[in-house]
Design a protein. Structure first.
Length: 330
């Protein structure tokens, strides 16, 4: 399977790319740099100068331009070289590859396509219309030895929820596919250790946007008390072996900033621990293709699915549009 499906992917948090500084990144099998233009928006580009390969992370920013540390070639926001100190003629190939960038909810995402095509679809964050009482997002990341496909299709695999995630029974899971997005709702009751008696009824409205981002609006209910949460899950391939996953969460508070922050911290810790239960499975499992795709899966036996697992098939059929190689085992 291709390790880098075409999608929008998180490559940094907003706080990591400070004005006047060049940040070094490594994702999608490539060394990258990120910096803020004079107007404040983020530029992400390949890390090495097209001239003789100097590391541009060691360069400097001046007047909105990126300046190579080796020969002081100067690059604009588009990645094109605009000035060579010792030559009046600029070679037409003197250009860095830059990437489409979007920034929201404290994260920076780029669009990746192995063929170099520009995005035909957008990625969006949460609606912040009622943002007055939300706690700040708190985020944690893991580098996981797996393929991004396994993490993506964890959502429709609702049968593992009672085994791993304290669900009282298998949750309901309904969704609609709309182009590059999957939008739906899941509901279930969870009996968390140390949680309230009778369990917590959880309703999650989720939006899967490509392979790299999932936004979830959660409502927890117990004994007439309602708690609203927002959960953002980002997945970015690092190289052919590792995927970096980050989980960020914020909670709609009740008006006491100190108590609300303490409440969110406790819930965040439980959310992270819950996510971590899946990691050993992802890192040790193999990927079994659908019977219709097994010819592309190196001769492995196909997956054997049972009644109620059609969502996995639908997710895989949806995922296939992001692979530029049609002969992949998804």
């Amino acid at each position: 399977m291709q390790p880098y499906p075409a999608s929008w992917y998180r490559v940094a948090d907003s706080i990591d790319v400070m004005p006047g500084k060049i940040s070094r990144l490594h994702y999608l099998g490539k060394d990258l740099i990120a910096y803020r233009a004079t107007a404040g928006h983020v530029i992400v580009a390949d890390a090495y100068c097209p001239h003789l390969g100097a590391d541009l992370a060691d360069g400097r920013l001046e007047g909105g331009y990126l300046i190579c540390p080796f020969h002081a070639w100067r690059f604009g926001e588009s990645g094109h070289c605009v000035h060579i100190p010792y030559s009046a003629k600029i070679p037409s190939a003197a250009s860095l590859r830059t990437y489409p960038v979007r920034e929201f909810d404290g994260v920076i995402l780029i669009y990746w396509d192995e063929s170099g095509r520009q995005p035909e679809w957008e990625v969006t964050g949460f609606d912040v219309g009622d943002n007055d009482r939300w706690t700040p997002f708190v985020r944690k990341g893991w580098q996981i030895r797996t393929h991004i496909q396994d993490i993506v299709e964890n959502a429709p695999d609702v049968a593992h929820q009672p085994v791993f995630h304290n669900a009282v029974d298998i949750p309901t899971f309904e969704f609609d596919i709309a182009g590059h997005r999957i939008v739906g709702v899941t509901t279930g009751t969870y009996d968390f250790p140390g949680g309230p008696s009778g369990g917590v009824h959880v309703t999650g409205h989720f939006e899967n946007i490509g392979m790299g981002l999932t936004n979830i609006q959660l409502v927890d209910q117990n004994n007439g008390v309602e708690l609203k949460r927002q959960l953002q899950i980002c997945r970015t391939p690092v190289d052919g072996d590792l995927v970096e996953a980050t989980v960020a969460q914020r909670t709609r508070g009740f008006g006491d900033a100190h108590a609300d922050a303490a409440m969110n911290a406790k819930i965040v810790q439980a959310t992270w621990e819950d996510f971590e239960r899946d990691i050993p499975i992802w890192e040790k499992k193999i990927y079994r293709a659908l019977p219709s795709r097994v010819e592309f899966n190196r001769g492995e036996q196909p997956s054997v699915l049972c009644d109620g697992e059609g969502g996995i098939v639908q997710f895989r059929n949806w995922s296939r549009q992001f692979y530029t190689d049609s002969n992949c085992g998804v």
